[in-house]
Design a protein around this ligand. Structure first.
Ligand SMILES: NC(=O)c1ccc[n+]([C@@H]2O[C@H](COP(=O)([O-])OP(=O)(O)OC[C@H]3O[C@@H](n4cnc5c(N)ncnc54)[C@H](O)[C@@H]3O)[C@@H](O)[C@H]2O)c1
Length: 296
């Protein structure tokens, strides 16, 4: 009961209007940034950054969207909320056009990922933009990290991203192309301190180079593969780490030139740019959104 209440509280916070929205008529912007008419899919989207990416797509005109996550109930709940959000905020769309679905999938299982794509293709008939956001982090020193947990982390963060990208490309190539964004991390480029997380850092470096390698394989087939690397953002993932060590947030903020953690909404512009036609000559690239963490 308490959990359900907490979930509802979280949900109403997530359904808040975007801080970039106002009641004034929308300002003119480049049409190439529009997600109108694109079928999108985001893994790990029942909450956290994945959910925020979905909100950004909806705010940019997307009406066909698959929310992929571990539990059907949570994916469906997020889909229902975003449907309400889309009908209220995507003023250009006919409310009947909004078709947002929740899809259960464990990205660490190739079969489960294939089943998710089959569901998406049978619903929409095509797929234009895919974001692989599902991922986990754990903090153990190298000597203490149990091997089964290391393996699970790589199964989700590395193999999950690979399965998600490969099935995306299998479906996108016959239709003429599409955009894939793999969510890595600033940890692909630097070593976080003070918390130990070697397998996580290595997994994100692998995701970054995976994107470059897949980008080369599929460049002439119309499929672009780019990377979004966030710095410290306030989501359930980081809140769990901080719950064990409240002082840690101050350390992270001190190490970040902008002096604060990011709001998940700070990634909205970058994800729409990478997923839309605005980045059509860009593949194998990384965008870091980290408050300047990596430059010092
Ligand atoms: N939050 C940050 O500060 C931060 C920084 C850099 C990178 N990232 C990366 O961004 C991504 C999203 O992180 P977040 O902060 O939103 O995390 P989060 O824990 O808030 O959300 C992750 C989501 O992924 C889902 N998920 C986990 N394992 C899955 C699996 N096997 N199959 C399908 N779904 C699964 C969870 O159910 C959850 O909904 C991760 O890849 C993470 O490494 C996060």
């Amino acid at each position: 009961m308490a959990t359900r209440f907490a979930t509802r509280q979280l949900r109403s916070a997530l359904c808040r209007p975007s801080r970039f929205m106002s009641t004034a008529p929308p300002p003119k912007t480049l049409p190439s940034f529009s997600m109108q008419g694109k079928v999108c899919m985001v893994t790990g989207a029942a909450r956290g950054l994945g959910y925020e990416f979905c909100r950004a797509f909806v705010s940019s005109g997307c009406t066909s969207l698959a929310i992929v996550d571990l539990k059907q109930e949570e994916a469906a709940a997020a889909a229902a909320e975003l449907t309400t959000y889309a009908r209220a905020n995507n003023t250009d769309a006919n409310p009947e056009e909004v078709n947002i679905i929740g899809v259960e999938c464990d990205v660490s299982s190739e079969k489960s990922v294939q089943k998710a794509y089959a569901d998406v293709m049978s619903t929409y008939g095509r797929i234009d933009s895919v974001v692989a956001s599902a991922g986990i982090v754990e903090n153990y020193s190298a000597f203490d990290y149990p091997f089964d947990r290391i393996k699970r982390l790589y199964d989700i963060n590395v193999h999950g991203a690979f399965f998600t990208a490969r099935e995306a490309a299998r479906n996108m190539i016959p239709q003429g192309g599409g955009s894939i964004v793999l969510v890595a991390s600033m940890s692909a480029n630097i070593v976080n301190i003070p918390q130990p997380q070697t397998p996580y850092n290595a997994s994100k470096a692998a995701v970054k180079h995976m994107a470059s390698s897949l980008a080369v394989e599929w460049a002439k087939k119309g499929v672009r593969v780019n990377v979004l690397s966030p710095g410290y953002m306030l989501t359930k993932l980081t809140k769990t780490v901080l719950s064990h060590d409240p002082e840690l947030q101050k350390t992270w903020e001190r190490l970040t030139p902008m002096g604060k953690m990011g709001d998940p909404e700070d990634l909205a512009g970058a994800i729409v740019f990478l997923s839309s036609d605005a980045s059509s000559f860009m593949t194998g690239s990384e965008i870091r959104v980290d408050g300047g963490y990596c430059i010092i």
